[in-house]
Design a protein around this ligand. Structure first.
Ligand code: ATP
Ligand code: MG
Length: 182
C-alpha cells in the first residue's frame, strides 16, 4: 500500500552504515535504492572514489526515473599512501555536492557510497561529514558505505552492518567479473 493516506516519508530520516571487508556494501546500497525508488521515493547516490561509466549500476539507474547516480571520483584508484591533490579536490567537490543534495529536500534517500574509505584515507574527517549530516533536510534517509568506518560515525548512525569476509573467489585468482563486481 502506498496511497496518499499513507505518508511513508514521515518515518524516514535515519542513518545507515554498511562497512567491513566482505563483498556486499555497494550492492546493499543499490538494493535499498531499488526498493525505495519502487515506493516512489527520490534517491540519489554519490559515489566517492569511483569514476564514471565503469559500472553496470550506472546503466541500470538510467532506467529508473527517480534514482540518480553521480560518480565523484577520479579515473585512478586511491591508495592509503598516495593521497593526491586531485583526490582531495574531488573529495571537497563531493562533499559540496553531498551538502547540496542533503539540504535541498529534493531527495528522500541520499547514499554516499565509499565515503567511509574517503574518511579512512584521510581525505575528509568524520567531523566534516557529521557537520553536513546535521544540516540535512528533515526525513532524509542517509546511507554511508565503504570499508573502515570511523567510530564517530558508528556512534552517530542508527543502523550499522558489517559485511564480514568469509570467502571470496578473488583469493583463488578470480578477477572482478562484469555484471557481478561492476
Ligand atoms: P560490491 O560492490 O560488490 O557490493 P563492496 O562494495 O562490498 O562490493 P568494495 O570494498 O567497494 O566492495 O570493493 C571494491 C571491489 O572489490 C568491488 O568490485 C567488490 O565487488 C570487490 N570486492 C569486495 N570484497 C572483496 C574481497 N573480499 N576480495 C576481493 N574483492 C572484493
Ligand atoms: Mg563498494
Amino acid at each position: 500500500m502506498n496511497g496518499p493516506e499513507e505518508n511513508i516519508k514521515n518515518k524516514l530520516g535515519l542513518v545507515h552504515v554498511y562497512t567491513g571487508n566482505g563483498k556486499g556494501k555497494t550492492t546493499a546500497c543499490l538494493g535499498l535504492a531499488f526498493r525505495a525508488s519502487g515506493r516512489g521515493l527520490r534517491v540519489v547516490m554519490l559515489q566517492f572514489l569511483k569514476p564514471a561509466n565503469s559500472y553496470g549500476e550506472h546503466l541500470a539507474s538510467e532506467m529508473i526515473p527517480n534514482f540518480t547516480m553521480e560518480p565523484m571520483g577520479a579515473d585512478h584508484m586511491v591508495g592509503r599512501e598516495v593521497t593526491r591533490e586531485e583526490d582531495l579536490e574531488l573529495t571537497r567537490r563531493g562533499l559540496e555536492r553531498a551538502e547540496e543534495v542533503l539540504t535541498s529536500g529534493d531527495y528522500d534517500m541520499v547514499i554516499l557510497d565509499e565515503i567511509n574509505n574517503s574518511m579512512s584515507f584521510g581525505l575528509l574527517t568524520p567531523g566534516d561529514l557529521i557537520g553536513i549530516l546535521e544540516r540535512r533536510a528533515p526525513n532524509t534517509e542517509v546511507v554511508l558505505s565503504g570499508r573502515g568506518v570511523p567510530q564517530e560515525i558508528i556512534d552517530y548512525a542508527d543502523l550499522v552492518t558489517e559485511m564480514r569476509l568469509v570467502k571470496h573467489p578473488y583469493d583463488r585468482g578470480v578477477k572482478a567479473r562484469k555484471g557481478i563486481e561492476y
